[in-house]
Design a protein around this ligand. Structure first.
Ligand SMILES: [Zn+2]
Length: 401
């Protein structure tokens, strides 16, 4: 990067406060480990229950992982996709020499070193796109992370890793795949409807919903606008109201990111209904008494710059929701430096200025711990994220014997 350009942007406050790229530093410095605030973030928590419920398993498929990435992601002539992929690999410190897939896992495991025993990460697999006839649409898939790979890593590192399967409900064999995933210890099913091309409101999902309800396995479904992954390119499938169908068939649903981006048609009022913010529609679902036991949400990514306004403040205020919320990091995104602005959080009264240097230091060494410590420090007029939110394990896994 040209230094004069960077300096000019910096002077105008347009340069990300922690720089553009993750410096991928190693072990935490002694002064961080010794800082009493680092002990305080674990207070009141049972580490056996502190699971990160939302972490992506990324790679390029060079390490027997079965990962596939769309050719646009490695094509410099598609600069947006290409740069995005570069950012993700940098965020997870897996680019550079050697096997990317292996480096991703090594780095992720190393980030667990300062975590207490019991702390675990739920790795999310990612299925292909399928069309309405159940045919696989390889060419549309932004990337694929096979269930087999996520399950294998969880089996290889049982002290630190858990996994969630990803199964497209239009697949002919979706129910068999689900049974298999449950048998192999999957703790949830992960969907990203706008990118994978499933419509959560479609009757085509019913077979799968019934099987999910039978297992009592939660469906971790992305809702709200999606900027990170394109694929099937059906933004409308991210409308949180489309998840009613799953809820009405008895599925436990975890709405990723509290549906905190974008806006959609209020389809409760018909296909020509007014446009509402995604978070407002999510709020409506959360406040329906009939869904109180089934509908959950994760708070991954809600401290990112583009989500930290109303959604984050509302989540802090609505402590009646807290027993239904789970923490997740959305790893490797906490390692994408420009996504967070600690000074903006402080200016909005959500973070104490004095905690910024410690958090910035954490960020450069350990994005997992940074995300966790940031959320433990976030407060709004004295309100905090309750301890229970961080003990995500209680809401994950099958409930059937
Ligand atoms: Zn995510």
């Amino acid at each position: 990067m040209l230094r004069p350009l960077r300096n000019a942007l910096r002077r105008r406050g347009l340069w990300p406060e922690a720089g553009l790229t993750n410096p991928c530093l190693g072990e935490l410095p002694f002064e961080v480990l010794r800082d009493e605030r680092m002990q305080a973030i674990w207070e009141g928590l049972d580490p056996e229950y502190v699971w990160d419920s939302h972490a992506h398993l990324v790679g390029v498929g060079d390490g027997n992982s079965g990962i596939r990435v769309h050719r646009d992601l490695t094509n410099p002539l598609k600069p947006l996709s290409y740069l995005q992929q570069k950012f993700f690999l940098n965020a997870s410190c897996s680019n550079g020499k050697g096997c990317v897939d292996e480096r991703f896992v090594e780095r992720l495991l190393a980030l667990h070193d300062p975590m207490p025993r019991g702390y675990k990460t739920l790795l999310l697999a990612f299925d292909d796109c399928y069309d309405e006839h159940g045919r696989c649409n390889h060419h549309l898939s932004a990337f694929v992370t096979p269930n087999r790979y996520a399950g294998r890593l969880a089996a290889d590192y049982p002290q630190r890793l858990e996994w969630a399967a990803s199964i497209h409900p239009y697949r002919e064999d979706c129910v068999e795949e689900l049974d298999k995933a449950v048998l192999h210890g999957a703790r949830a099913i992960k969907w990203l409807p706008p990118a994978q091309g499933m419509d959560p409101a479609s009757p085509r999902c019913d077979r799968f919903y019934d099987a999910l309800a039978r297992h009592g396995l939660p469906l971790l479904s992305h809702a709200g606008g999606e900027r990170a992954v394109h694929g099937a390119n059906r933004p409308d499938y991210g409308n949180p109201l489309r998840l009613r169908r799953a809820l009405d068939r008895g599925v436990r649903v975890i709405v990723a990111h509290c549906a905190s981006l974008g806006s959609y048609t209020d389809i409760d009022r018909g296909i020509k209904g007014p446009t509402r913010s995604s978070f407002e529609l999510f709020t409506r679902l959360m406040d329906e008494p009939g869904y109180a036991r089934q509908l959950h949400a994760d708070i991954s990514a809600i401290t990112q710059m583009n989500r930290a306004g109303t959604p984050l403040r509302t989540v802090l205020e609505r402590d009646d929701w807290h027993p239904r919320l789970l923490n997740g990091t959305d790893y490797p995104l906490p390692g994408v430096m420009p996504l967070f602005s600690l000074h903006k959080l402080a200016a909005d009264g959500l973070l104490n200025e004095g905690d910024i240097p410690l958090l910035n230091m954490l960020r450069r060494h350990n994005p997992l711990l940074f995300d966790f410590a940031l959320k433990r420090h976030i407060n709004y007029q004295g309100r905090r994220l309750s301890n229970g939110i961080f003990e995500s394990r209680r809401l994950l896994g099958a409930t059937s014997p």
